[in-house]
Design a protein around this ligand. Structure first.
Ligand code: NAD
Length: 477
């Protein structure tokens, strides 16, 4: 019987961040996961491998673009096995790194599946077939999420992929249908389109990335219509059938849709990627033997300290609610551990950044304009188009946009939105500014390096005062 102060179930970016901090704080810690090393969906089959492939896609796109700058690399030859090898190497590098960190910190890592016995005990079915009993003072459930695939989109054929199988890059299909114009659909759709597939994206709502501000999405959508074969909005897939020549897909226009967007009634695709969202992985064996409660959508219910209804059990990450993002899970994990260690803290971020790693990248943090409108909240929007950025011009990418969402009274920064190459890196400054309660004046007075895209944040603040150096837009009234 192993006895620890903290056991963490699930070693994704939430779980391993929690376990590592617990060990750093001197608590005896165990971490349980079916994989050989910590990493979870993010590292093994999510964020990390997809970004390795998106890096290659970006390079391919830039070499094509380079023709316009007088440099012709010719047609790229893609060695799919080697590309897969690169992606696998990136994953291995990360997971062997987390494996090392487990050893350095003396975290007891159990490769296997946990079954809860009661509020202080669990059994681990180890990967080698043995069983281990474990006793804990506190447990943190960090079991993540799984792809949600509705019955109509469930086809038992390897040509119908989810994000995991799509990341395996089985081939470069001539035609690929991506069901869902969200994070995964657009990121992996970008990879396949750049590698040479004719990609069709079908999205049931009136726009890509529902929830994100439309002016940002418009910039991405414009480019997506150039790189992908077609984007069908307001359209739903009602049926999919595997045939020898491909997957026959039946489309239906959403009745409320203004533009049924010329969707064909049916079409046959070589492959289909289904990316219509994820569901919490809260079906943890034995959970019913505790007081932990699960809501109607399957999320484990927690308070702001990430405590469940069972005082010894905490839960964090995708399994407790949206946004289902790795960095939110890591932060929650650290909060839960600090609470266990007796600190008076809570999960109360002012801003959780979201990044879609498409080309261009789209990123936002804090209050969005859409949310403000929804809440009837008065805000001032200050926008700086990248057409006025010297740095964007040097990259030949003036299609971006930076916007600030500000409180008109206090001039405080409430939200930041960005679209353009590198937006995912730039949003970090926005998050810090929101967390530090920065005002438009703070951003305006902060000297940003020239020539960089980061200047667009400073100049957006100058736009707020009607005094942007590179934009002539005097303040009205
Ligand atoms: P998503 O919620 O981002 O997008 C799903 C999309 O599918 C939505 O636009 C939805 O309207 C649409 N849809 C739903 N049912 C449909 C149907 N029957 N036909 C057509 N469209 C339909 O979900 P996802 O792309 O599967 O990603 C899941 C989650 O994983 C994301 O919400 C995100 O939290 C996480 N993720 C994050 C990143 C990142 O941070 N860069 C990348 C990938 C995934």
């Amino acid at each position: 019987m192993i006895s620890v102060q903290v056991v963490v179930v699930g070693a994704g970016p939430g779980g391993y961040a929690a376990a590592f901090l617990a060990a750093d704080l001197g608590l005896s810690t165990a971490l349980i996961d079916p994989e050989l090393n910590p990493g979870g969906v993010c590292v093994y089959r999510g964020c990390i491998p997809s970004k390795a492939l998106l890096h290659v896609a970006k390079l391919l796109e830039e070499t094509r673009h380079a023709k316009e700058w007088g440099v012709d690399f010719g047609d790229a030859k893609i060695d799919l096995a080697k590309l897969r090898g690169f992606k696998d190497k990136v994953v291995k590098k990360n997971t062997s790194g987390t494996g090392q960190l487990v050893k350095y910190r003396k975290v007891q890592y159990l490769q296997g599946l946990a079954e809860i016995v009661d509020a202080h005990r669990l059994t681990v079915k180890l990967a080698d077939g043995k069983e281990e009993q474990l006793q804990f003072e506190h447990a943190i459930l960090a079991t993540g999420s799984l792809p949600a695939i509705p019955p109509t989109l469930k086809v038992d054929d390897p040509r119908v992929m989810d994000s995991t199988t799509a990341l395996d890059l089985p081939d470069i299909p001539k035609s690929l249908l991506v069901v869902g114009g969200g994070y995964i659909g657009l990121e992996l759709g970008t990879v396949y389109a750049t590698l040479g597939s004719a990609v069709t994206v079908v999205e049931m709502t009136p726009g890509l990335l529902p929830g994100a501000d439309r002016d940002l999405v418009d910039v991405l959508a414009k480019r997506v219509t150039q790189t992908m074969k077609s984007v069908l909005l307001n359209t739903k897939v009602t049926q999919m059938k595997a045939e020898s020549k491909g997957i026959r897909v039946t489309f239906e226009r959403e009745p409320h849709g203004e533009s049924g967007d010329n969707a064909p009634k049916e079409q046959v695709f070589d492959r289909v990627l289904v990316a219509v969202g994820r569901r919490p992985n809260s079906k943890i064996p034995g959970l019913e033997k505790t007081h932990v409660q699960v809501d109607q959508r399957g999320f484990i219910m927690v308070d702001e300290q990430r405590r469940t209804h069972e005082p010894t059990i905490f839960a964090i990450g995708d399994v407790v609610g949206e946004p289902m993002l790795a960095h939110k899970a890591s932060h929650e994990g650290r909060v839960a551990v600090e609470v266990i260690a007796g600190e008076n803290v809570a999960f109360a971020p002012r801003a959780i950044p979201a990044v879609v790693f498409t080309d261009p990248e789209l990123a936002w943090a804090g209050l969005t304009e859409t949310q403000a409108a929804h809440e009837n909240r008065k805000v001032t929007i200050a926008k700086f188009p990248w057409g006025a950025s010297g740095r964007a011009a040097t990259l030949d990418r003036t299609d971006g946009l930076t916007k600030l969402i500000l409180d008109p009274e206090t001039e405080r920064l409430l939200g930041v939105g960005l679209v353009g190459p590198g937006a995912g890196e730039l949003i970090g400054e926005g998050v810090l500014a929101i967390e530090m309660a920065a005002t438009a004046t703070d951003l305006k007075l902060t000297i940003h390096p020239h020539p960089t895209l980061s200047e667009t944040l400073m100049e957006s603040a100058e736009v707020f005062f009607g005094q942007a150096t590179h934009v002539y837009r005097p303040k009205r009234g």
